[in-house]
Design a protein around this ligand. Structure first.
Ligand SMILES: [Zn+2]
Length: 162
């Protein structure tokens, strides 16, 4: 799996099964979440002590909120794309159903059968895309909820810093 470090943009790869990775360039630790081929990295809330500059909690929260916002935007695009491709596949399926009907009327049986096969395939593809869109949408809702949670934590912490 390849991913750009959210902090220093260094591209690095890691095995699929890991749920914790650190960037070889800047040493930042991330928790890995994978869902429907979507890889998400979050800052580890409890990183090992590093030398040099350490971020305070609110900086880490803010960073995770920004990461979530990027993921939410990405998911919104995917949900829309899958929905559009699902709906257009279903429209194509309907078109081929009418071709098949036309073939039957004209007593072109082979043509009708071929159109029916294409219609079935298009229908399957359309349903898969719509299902994927629905699953990603539920992930999107979770991410939005997660971001709200982080924002509330952020505002609880705020008084300490002002
Ligand atoms: Zn890095």
């Amino acid at each position: 799996m390849r991913y750009d470090c959210p902090k220093c943009a260094h591209e690095f790869s890691f095995p699929d099964h890991l749920n914790k990775v650190s960037c070889p360039m800047c040493g930042e630790c991330y928790l890995v979440h994978t869902y429907q081929n979507v890889v998400m990295l979050y800052l580890d809330p409890t990183p090992p002590q590093r030398t040099g500059k350490t971020d305070d909690d609110s900086e880490r929260l803010l960073f995770n909120i920004r990461l979530l916002t990027k993921q939410i935007q990405y998911l919104e695009r995917r949900v829309t794309q899958d929905r559009i491709s699902g709906l257009s596949s279903l429209a194509l399926a309907m078109l081929f159903v009418s071709f098949a009907g036309f073939g039957l009327l004209m007593q072109r049986l082979l043509f009708a059968v071929l159109c029916a096969i294409v219609a079935t395939a298009m229908f399957g593809i359309g349903i898969l895309a719509l299902k994927s869109s629905a699953k990603l949408r539920s992930l999107l809702h979770k991410q939005v909820g997660q971001r709200e949670l982080l924002r509330r934590q952020m505002s609880r912490q705020a008084p300490k810093f002002f």
